[in-house]
Design a protein around this ligand. Structure first.
Ligand code: C5P
Length: 219
C-alpha cells in the first residue's frame, strides 16, 4: 500500500481587529506538533498547518503557517484532497471581530464595543466535501468532557474525537502533560490516560493506524 498521507492542524488562530491587536487563546500547539511528529515517525507522509506559536518547526514535515481561522480553512481546503486522514488539533478561535480597522485603534476609543461574528467551522466544512478521508477532531473541555466530545463527534460528522480534559493543573493547554480518551463514531472508547504529550501522540497514531489503515502497517 502507498504511504498514508496525514494532514495535521495545530496551534491557535489569531483574529485581528486592528494591525496590532487580536483575540486568540492560550493553545501552544504542542499536542498537534507532537502528533505530526508521531505520524511522521510512524511512516506517514505528514503535512502540518500551524497557527502562531513559538515552537520549533518539526523536521521532515512540510509546515504551512497560518494566522486566522479563514487562512486555516483556505489552507486546509487546498490540502484536504491530497490526504487520507486529517487530525484537527488546532484551537480555532470561535469568534472574530466583525471589522478590522486598517489603522491602530486609539486607546481612547478602545472601550467602544468590538462586535464579533462566528468563524467558519473548518471540520464541518471539510466533512461536507469529504470523499474517503478520515476526520479526527479534538475536544478540549473542562467539564462533562466525554459528553461534549460525543456531541461534537456527531455534529461535525467525524470518525473519531479525542476528548481532552484540560481542567486539571499541569495538563492541557501549554503544559507538557495531557489527558485523552479517544471516542469512535460507533461509540467505542479508548482511554489513553494521563501522559506526556509526546507519548500520547504516539499512542494515538498507533490506535488510529490500527483502526483505519490496518493493511498499511508501520513503514
Ligand atoms: O472549538 P471546538 O471545541 O468546537 O473544537 C472541536 C474540534 O473542531 C477541534 O478539532 C477543532 O480543531 C475543530 N474546529 C474547527 N473549526 C472551528 C472550531 C473548531 O475545525 N471554527
Amino acid at each position: 500500500m502507498e504511504k498514508i498521507r496525514c494532514l495535521v492542524s495545530a496551534g491557535p488562530t489569531r483574529e485581528y481587529f486592528d494591525p496590532v491587536r487580536f483575540i486568540s487563546n492560550p493553545s501552544s500547539g504542542k499536542m498537534g506538533v507532537e502528533i505530526a511528529k508521531a505520524a511522521r515517525g510512524f511512516g506517514w507522509e505528514t503535512t502540518l498547518i500551524l497557527g502562531p506559536t513559538s515552537l520549533e518547526k518539526p523536521e521532515g514535515i512540510e509546515v504551512f503557517d497560518v494566522v486566522s481561522a479563514d487562512d486555516m480553512l483556505n489552507r486546509a481546503l487546498a490540502l484536504f484532497g491530497e490526504c487520507d486522514i486529517l487530525i484537527m488539533t488546532a484551537a480555532v478561535s470561535d469568534m472574530r471581530p466583525k471589522k478590522k480597522s486598517k489603522a491602530k485603534v486609539k486607546k481612547e476609543s478602545l472601550n467602544m464595543a468590538v462586535e464579533f461574528e462566528p468563524t467558519p467551522d473548518i471540520l464541518r466544512e471539510l466533512s461536507k466535501i469529504r470523499k474517503n478521508q478520515i476526520l479526527v477532531g479534538f475536544a478540549a473541555e473542562t467539564n462533562d468532557v466525554k459528553s461534549y466530545a460525543r456531541g461534537k463527534l456527531a455534529s461535525k460528522n467525524l470518525d473519531a474525537i479525542a476528548a481532552n480534559d484540560v481542567s486539571k493543573s499541569g495538563s492541557g493547554f501549554a503544559a507538557d502533560l495531557n489527558e485523552i480518551s479517544l471516542i469512535f463514531k460507533d461509540g467505542r472508547e479508548i482511554d489513553l490516560g494521563k501522559d506526556s504529550k509526546s507519548r500520547l501522540a504516539k499512542k494515538l497514531i498507533e490506535i488510529l493506524a490500527a483502526e483505519f489503515f490496518p493493511q498499511a502497517g508501520k513503514k
